[in-house]
Design a binder for this molecule. Structure first.
Ligand SMILES: NC(=O)c1ccc[n+]([C@@H]2O[C@H](COP(=O)([O-])OP(=O)(O)OC[C@H]3O[C@@H](n4cnc5c(N)ncnc54)[C@H](OP(=O)(O)O)[C@@H]3O)[C@@H](O)[C@H]2O)c1
Length: 237
């Protein structure tokens, strides 16, 4: 459907459910990839079969750590010389407690994992996109970011921050050839969600491959006029 030959795509959280689907979709569309995850072992397991000329594997990178993000960026720029598309997928969910019972560590864990990660990686990559005069940033927020929910304050705040970051960066970069958007997945059909909700109707959930297709659209020239958007991708849930 799309052709990303000669495009360099940085994908964080590449070893996760959505990350893997995005990697396969962009790779099939001809892209060169920089794949980042905090897991050291899983990138070679999942992507050891990809052409190393088009797949730079960077395991053991914590995208919530400033120094690690700086080092990661240097390695990618040394290898490819540019980043055309940044996919901020690394993130996660942990059920919480009422706000008045929430330990500071739990609050900071969620905020760091979902918001600080997007901030740090975007901040590191945008200067390279500015010197190229082009770029696309696609982050992953969540449907749950749209409204506060009991025992999920830290999560909903952290994913709301991804939407606000997206809008702010889009406003800052709209004259620079760089678009910035995010997607809002509903419940993703993952093995972890199936295990946690065995009685749910999985057919209503959104498949990682369907989310990846939306990311490819946002990364394509077809979406050149879209920036600052938070796109719902709920499946039938
Ligand atoms: N699953 C859902 O139903 C759902 C719904 C709405 C939004 N989302 C969002 O969609 C995105 C992908 O979800 P998913 O289900 O594919 O998650 P996933 O399978 O847990 O994948 C996330 C990947 O990111 C890695 N990661 C976590 N923290 C990291 C860090 N600090 N630095 C580098 N890598 C890190 C994870 O490694 P470890 O596993 O080792 O931590 C994992 O490989 C996330 O942002 C998530 O919040 C998911």
């Amino acid at each position: 459907m799309f052709d990303f030959t000669d495009k360099v795509i940085l994908i964080t959280g590449a070893a996760g459910n959505l990350g893997e689907a995005a990697v396969q979709a962009f790779y099939s569309a001809g892209a060169s990839l920089a794949l980042v995850d905090n897991r050291q072992d899983r990138l070679p397991q999942l992507f050891g079969n990809l052409d190393p000329a088009r797949a730079l594997l960077q395991g053991g990178v914590d995208v919530t750590e400033e120094t690690a993000v700086t080092h990661m960026t240097t390695t990618i720029i040394n290898r490819y010389g540019r980043v055309d598309i940044l996919c901020n997928i690394a993130g996660g969910f942990k059920m919480g407690t009422p706000v008045h019972e929430t330990p500071l560590d739990d609050w900071e864990f969620m905020l760091n994992l979902n918001a600080r990660s997007v901030f740090l990686v975007s901040r590191a990559i945008i200067p390279h996109m500015l010197s190229q005069g082009s770029g696309k940033i696609i982050s992953v927020a969540a449907r749950t970011a749209l409204e506060g929910k009991a025992k999920m304050a830290a999560y909903t705040v952290s994913k709301s921050a991804v939407i606000r970051l997206t809008e702010s960066m889009a406003a800052e970069l709209k004259e620079s050839g760089i678009t910035v958007n995010c997607i809002l997945p509903g419940t993703i059909d993952t093995p972890q969600n199936r295990a946690a909700m065995p009685k749910a109707d999985y057919n209503k959930w959104v498949a990682p491959e369907a989310l990846a297709d939306v990311m490819l659209f946002l990364a394509s020239t077809a979406a050149r006029a879209v920036t600052g958007a938070a796109i719902p991708v709920y499946g039938r849930s």
